[in-house]
Design a binder for this molecule. Structure first.
Ligand code: SF4
Ligand code: SF4
Ligand code: SF4
Ligand code: FES
Length: 898
């Protein structure tokens, strides 16, 4: 039933009865009458209404007759009350609505033939439905088109002033970039302040605009809607797993649209806790990598210094022959492989099967190693679950949300809309702990700026504080008294004064954050790169779990710990077993029963127990010459890791480097064999979102050139190597096999709620485990380098493909600049664009500087997707002893005018 949510999700509005077209209807008191009518299945016209935000009431289309009133009422803004008698049909209402359409059309240009919305326009539909044939008093507005924004054009002649664009941006996204302004005698939509629009460019305003007043610069004049083939698929950029529609014409992507649109405006408001159907800038405007001219279209084989084109069959034979040769001469452990987590589940499964069953090695890893595995290992160890513990509805309805080390509006923009909804609709208290003044911090009740790299220490401070302030749930801690005693002992050496001095947050604010979290009836944690990709990430996740436990939130409905992932299928990569520690289903590699099961299923022995090498050790073994052949699928370690990881030296030692990728990466340029792979738009399969939803990707178009889906290449190599069980006709064939070995995995968008079970962890081994977790940290020695340099994601770039998307490059180009605090720049006499020399213990780089409001004093930020100049080479690498996760995103630097 279409109802507005209560501000407090714990309080149900009273039920009332009213009559609609002679039928008695039960509804919640005070909700929009329009929603009550639509809940009966009647859809009455509405042009300014959208269920995701509060009614605006401007278009005059949703008219109904209410008994006792002479004139029709606007049902969207009218509130349902007990005893109302409503009529929704009749000639009087038809004529009144027709008048409203005529009014809109009389100031609307009839330029439908050249309008992007032609055939997909609510005003057209309404004119047709109400048989509006004469427009005797029509007049033109003749407003010049506003083309100042990078991605959207505003044609205000077509605007019907419905306010949907402004309302979605203000209410749902809390960005508030648009406004109405009286200009040239007309009410027009402009960017706030009437400047060129510079916002998050999500395009949700474009999606809800019922007419062609906002248009997409990239697809303008390229299509009529009926020429487009529309395929629903899953975005390949981040772990949010948004559904989107790829719209193609003649095998080219013309535009990307979202389930959010004016066509999809009737729904239940409480459903928005599951997602509002919108997508972000990367999903909507970052599609050009798919049919980029830079795509690899032919297999390439090195002939001397050059890579020369080679036919597929011959190339696969070469790959198979050389792998078999190396295996025969040096054993299976002379081979290793790395795979990207933007591959489908089926491909990830096949990759590990190829490595283990066809080659016989357990030297394999995926890009989940860059941080997500810290989270997975910690929650598995402590809670017995292998992913985040809440769904998006839990997050939206939490009363306290601790967002730590996660610039979530940039990294996972659509997930962040759930947190915004928690703030706006449910009035949640949100504590944002970050070294940058993030967008979410600006909306949060408790923005908490910490010094770079001290997010983990702040978490320890919270645990110390809840114990000191006696905010403990003694029922819960009493069940595991020895564990609680061990925790108290572990935190004894940590002083809040020391935490305050190192993090830069006052003791009072630490205590306040701790009490907000502890005292709320439902509290959730969201931790991101600032935790899982920083030194001690694994232990910091465990400290967050301590916080949940002692405050009584562990296992309590609506409470839990969550993370966000950069690549689309990092959770799938872990679930499909693409790391040495896990077989598919996160089964421990050394578990005899599971080993027997997979060995039987694949008709092949598995590599021996205890055998296995992950990312950083694979590179080490390449350098030492133990590994002779490396197979990279979508991974580009040379572009990802800093020089101190010595990737170049590792690759140089190899006898065989195979790179399978849609693009010629830095690493591919050094390869002996390059295999052209398809993008997600050219293949079928499934991906698992960070919250465990398994969703389809669907083939939209023919593969570019002779590129092939990764699964097809893997199957060909596996069968060539003599693995009889690697012959597949389709991605569905692989799915059928996964269904047999992992029954229930394919939940198709409806993940099971996970149930945490910390009792084993708290009862056994916790004491030893917690002992070193709270050691006091002092300010790291910085060798006199006073700036903290952090590398991280931008809203406009994520994963390894966004820098191949011309739309995203137009918004955020590759001219890497150092983001600095404006006061620091003033103090140093620097203006935007001035060159600075940034030096760390590992070297120095010269680059332009720019002021960034989100950067704290004595901090600086560099977008990690750009490597020109190679700022990442200023970083040193530290490897987590527990999880093998490499840390290389932060370092101390000096900055001086160049
Ligand atoms: S593109 Fe997104 S952020 Fe920008 S104005 Fe439209 S809705 Fe707002
Ligand atoms: S631009 Fe579109 S969505 Fe915005 S007010 Fe005008 S018609 Fe409505
Ligand atoms: S990048 Fe992430 S948030 Fe943006 S549309 Fe894709 S999945 Fe959604
Ligand atoms: S939908 Fe009610 S006035 Fe527009």
């Amino acid at each position: 039933m279409g109802l507005k949510p209560a501000t407090n999700p714990d309080v149900e509005a009273a039920s009332i009865e009213l009559t609609i077209d002679g039928q008695t209807v039960t509804a919640k008191d005070g909700v929009s009458l329009y929603d009550v009518i639509s809940s009966t299945g009647k859809i009455i016209p509405a042009m300014c209404y959208h269920y995701t935000f509060d009614p605006f009431g401007s278009c005059g289309m949703c008219l109904v007759m209410q008994e006792g009133k002479k004139a029709p009422v606007r049902s969207c803004t009218a509130k349902a009350t007990a005893g109302m008698v409503i009529r929704t049909e009749g000639d009087d209402l038809f004529q009144a609505r027709k008048k409203a359409v005529e009014k809109h059309l009389s100031v609307h240009p009839l330029d439908c033939p050249v309008c992007d919305a032609d055939g997909h326009c609510e005003l057209q539909d309404m004119a047709f439905q109400h048989q509006v044939t004469t427009l005797a008093n029509a007049k033109q507005k003749l407003i010049p088109e506003d083309t100042r924004s990078l991605v959207l054009d505003f044609n205000m002649n077509r605007c019907i002033a419905c306010g949907e664009c402004i309302n979605i941006c203000k209410d749902v996204l809390m960005i508030d970039a648009l406004q109405f302004m009286k200009k040239g005698g007309f009410t027009q939509v402009v960017a706030k302040g009437d400047v060129p629009l510079a916002c998050e460019f999500c395009g949700d305003c474009l999606a809800v605009c019922p007419v062609g007043a906002i248009t997409n610069k990239f697809s303008k004049y390229l299509y009529k809607p009926w020429q487009l083939k529309k395929t629903t698929t899953t975005c390949n950029y981040c772990g949010d797993g948004c559904q989107l529609h790829l719209e193609t014409k003649d095998n080219e992507v013309v535009r990307v649209t979202s389930p959010l649109s004016w066509k999809n405006k009737w729904g239940e408001r409480s459903e928005t806790a599951q997602g509002h159907g919108g997508i972000c800038v990367r999903g909507r405007f970052g599609f050009q990598f798919i049919d980029s001219k830079a795509r690899l279209t032919q297999p390439l084989v090195r002939k001397g210094a050059k890579l020369a084109e080679s036919p597929w069959i011959e190339t696969v034979e070469t790959v198979v022959g050389r792998l078999a040769d190396i295996k025969a001469k040096h054993g299976p452990n002379a081979v290793a492989g790395l795979v990207t987590a933007r591959c489908s589940n089926e491909e990830l499964y096949l990759f590990q099967k190829l490595m283990r069953a066809a080659i016989g090695t357990n030297q394999l890893d995926s890009s989940a190693r860059y941080g997500h595995l810290n989270f997975v290992h910690a929650v598995r160890h402590a809670l017995g679950v292998g992913r985040m513990t809440n769904d998006t509805a839990d997050i939206t309805k939490a009363k306290a949300i601790l967002v730590v080390g996660s610039n979530v509006t940039e990294t996972n923009p659509v997930f962040s809309v759930r947190v915004k909804e928690a703030i706006r609709v449910y009035k949640s208290q949100v504590i944002v702990v970050d070294s940058a003044n993030t967008n979410l911090a600006r909306l949060a009740s408790h923005p908490t700026l910490v010094k770079p790299g001290t997010e983990g220490l702040f978490v320890k401070g919270l645990v110390k504080s809840v114990i000191e302030q006696d905010l403990i749930d003694t029922d819960v801690t009493g069940k595991h008294a020895p564990a609680f005693a061990a925790l108290k002992q572990a935190v004894a050496g940590l002083s809040l004064d020391a935490v305050s001095s190192v993090t830069g947050v006052s003791k009072d604010r630490i205590n306040e954050a701790a009490s907000v979290f502890a005292e709320a009836p439902r509290s959730v944690i969201i931790c991101g790169e600032g935790i899982v990709r920083r030194p001690d990430g694994y232990r910091h996740v465990l400290a967050l779990i301590d916080l949940l436990w002692v405050t009584g939130k562990l296992g309590k409905p609506g409470c839990g710990i969550n993370t966000v992932t950069e690549e689309a299928n990092e959770q799938g990569a872990v679930d499909m077993g693409t790391s040495p520690e896990f077989l598919p289903g996160q089964a421990p590699f050394d578990d005899d029963e599971k080993r027997a099961k997979f060995s039987k299923a694949w008709s092949a022995p598995l590599p021996g127990k205890g055998a296995g090498t992950g990312l950083m050790d694979i590179l080490k073994k390449c350098r030492s010459g133990e590994i002779k052949a490396l197979y990279l699928i979508g991974e580009n370690p040379l572009g990802t890791l800093p020089a101190s990881a010595e990737v170049r030296a590792a690759l140089a030692k190899l006898d065989l480097l195979i790179v399978q990728d849609p693009f010629m990466t830095e690493t591919a340029q050094l390869a002996h064999i390059v295999l052209p792979a398809c993008t997600f738009a050219e293949k079928d399969g499934t991906m698992t979102s960070q919250d465990g939803k398994v969703q389809r990707i669907r083939q939209t178009m023919d593969p570019a050139g002779e590129s092939l889906p990764d699964w097809q290449i893997l199957a060909a190599i596996g069968s060539g190597l003599g693995c009889a069980s690697m012959e597949y006709e389709s991605a569905q064939d692989i799915q059928r096999e996964i269904m047999k070995v992992l029954p229930g995995y394919y939940n198709l968008g409806q993940p099971k709620k996970v149930t945490v079970n910390p009792d084993g962890y708290l009862a056994n081994g916790y004491k030893a485990d917690v002992a070193g977790r709270y050691r006091a940290e002092t300010k790291a020695a910085d060798g006199g380098k006073r700036f903290g340099l952090t590398m991280g994601q931008l809203l406009y770039h994520s994963g390894k493909l966004s820098t191949q998307a011309s739309g995203l490059l137009l918004i955020a180009s590759g001219n890497g600049q150092l983001h600095m605090n404006a006061q620091d720049m003033d103090r140093m006499g620097l203006k935007d664009g001035d060159r600075v020399r940034v030096s760390s213990a590992k070297g120095s780089a010269v680059l332009g500087a720019r002021a960034d409001l989100s950067v704290m004093p004595e901090s600086c930020f560099y977008p990690e997707h750009f490597n020109n100049p190679p700022v990442k080479d200023l970083m040193s690498v530290e490897v987590d002893a527990a999880t093998g996760v490499p840390y290389f995103k932060q370092t101390a630097v000096s900055v001086e005018k160049a």
